[in-house]
Design a protein around this ligand. Sequence first.
Ligand SMILES: C[S@@+](CC[C@H](N)C(=O)[O-])C[C@H]1O[C@@H](n2cnc3c(N)ncnc32)[C@H](O)[C@@H]1O
Length: 253
Amino acid sequence: MGKKLKRFEQLKSFSNVIQPKLSEVLCKSFFLKNNWHNEYFKNNNPIVLEIGCGKGEYTVELAKLYPNKNFIGVDIKGYRLYVGAKQALLSGLTNVAFVRTRAEFIDSIFGQNEISELWLTFPDPQQKKRWTKKRLTSALFLNKYNNFLSNGSFIHLKTDSDFLYHYTFELLKMNSIEIIEFTTNVYQSNLVRNDPALNIKTYYEELFVKLGFTIKYIKWKTKNVVLKELPDEKIEELISIYPRSVIPKRQLF
Ligand SMILES: C[S@@+](CC[C@H](N)C(=O)[O-])C[C@H]1O[C@@H](n2cnc3c(N)ncnc32)[C@H](O)[C@@H]1O
């Protein structure tokens, strides 16, 4: 059996990994929706979510830093989730879970006000206008997150991408969303000295830093409004101003 298949097999037996069936997310009948506190964590501590968590560095490291909060990492790739889930089990962390699903289904997984904070760590910038539907900071996704984040929750975006940083910044500004912190260079800013969470480095982040990219960060506060998407011309303008950061494919695993 290949390494990938072995990981998929092992993942099934991990007590901290949930792999919802397509039928559960499509029919919105997922058993833990609205029940994460009682049924899974068995406490009332706030739940912090990481979407596109990859190998789950944020989920695991934040769980160690903040034992009085619960953490859930979501990614579609089981092969990557495996790494974080195994680490959490080996470290005996009981405040961690991983969910293997598509971000598109995220509001079928969590109920109203169930999540109190969200991290988006190095999401794919989806740097083509027509891919706005896949961009994890698009109005479409921010509106989805509002279905389960309590009003006034913090969302954090960490990215290497100038395009994604400026796109998100402009979208938030246009919708009058309160931006709490922002920097185009995390490791040159004071923020990193005041917030230990910002020092956590993900797998992709390490790669981007080695390649000389600066790391950008925005933290904002959710508001109970329906957000509007940036006009097409604005997205096109940003695409033309900020070239894509191209990483050789062989470096991505
Ligand atoms: C560039 S990687 C970043 C991974 C990790 N956060 C890191 O910084 O190392 C983007 C991650 O998002 C996941 N992803 C992309 N689109 C997704 C979607 N629609 N639903 C769930 N996961 C998605 C990918 O599988 C991948 O692991």
